[in-house]
Design a protein around this ligand. Sequence first.
Ligand code: FAD
Length: 352
Amino acid sequence: TTSSRPVLDVAVIGGGQAGLAAGYYLRRTDLTFEIFDAQKQPGGAWPHAWDSLRLFSPARYSSLPGWPMPPSPQPGNPPAAHVVNYLTAYEKRYELPITRPVRIKAVHRHGGLLRLDSATRSWWARHVISATGTWWRPYLPYYPGQRDYKGRQLHTVQYRAPDEFRGQHVVIVGGGNSAAQILADLAPHATTTWTTQRPPRFLPDDVDGRALFELATRRYLAQQNGHSDPDGIAGLGDIVMVPSVRQARDNGALQVRPMFTRLTATGIAWDDGHAQDCDAIIWCTGFRPALSHLTPLGLRDNTGRIPTNGGTQAAAEPRLHLLGYGDWTGPGSATLIGAARTARDAVRTITQ
Ligand code: FAD
């Protein structure tokens, strides 16, 4: 029974940037709410990024609602550690009610409410905002021979620094920003082979996260006005030429090979008989939304996503909002600057 327990108006699952943006707007309402975060420390995925990771935009263009990100003491775009400091200060500044470490294992329908279960206790809420990110569900494709390969295999989430690969030959798999940046990080210390399913698309040198945000904004406004996507599919997945990637290109390190077809005991091989030995394979093959806690609600389609009504609200469960998982939960919603807009819309829908 719920009679002895307080019921939250809103439970937010996840205390990364998306959860904090939701908190910012929730505290301006008279709704009761609580943010549950699985980690001991603030910062969402940012403390787990590789050491040299820098934002693809300046601090001013990487801000959550209300309080702009202070400029980073180092020249250039801020490093990940600066984002961690910002998010830590942000949740203190707005005194956001965050309980951590609490991992919500399951969300169930419970009469008119939603029940959130951790390993040890339950909470009840009228609305749930899920903001658990993607970092926690790295995606690894399968290739034949994967078990035969004797070298080291890791995913983006396990990569920290080039030191441990010094003097080795490393295969980098994937055509996105993580692959390009990790390749650039390794290139001065190791030899590399870069393989991608499609030829990577590089943005012009002067285009950074700001331009991507403008593109996301055009999409958002078009959506709000009921128009179709003005830019087609081009844009957000393309590689931003951050300084390290530009330098790798200028040094001739950005050589791309088509995807290999199998792994061997010592490396990778293509169908044309070509093979390449390597000490390590880094799979920069992306992420899936971390939605397993929502499994009991039975909302996922066969792509692993939960259909929304075009914004953040789950189409088949109006008490559930999805925040920050990617463009399917709002154009630009999986960026620092883009989190605000969708968080505001979600909270507005809840208050209505
Ligand atoms: P997260 O930061 O992952 O936070 C989710 C939180 O929820 C975590 O604390 C997690 O522990 C918690 N959680 C998960 N499951 C549960 C559960 N069941 N119960 C309770 N808590 C749970 N964006 C930019 O704007 N600029 C950039 O330059 C940029 N660079 C990026 C570089 C990389 C390599 C990557 C991967 C992403 C980058 N992004 C960038 C995109 C985006 O800003 C980040 O991915 C960001 O971390 C997403 O924030 P989030 O709050 O959605 O998720």
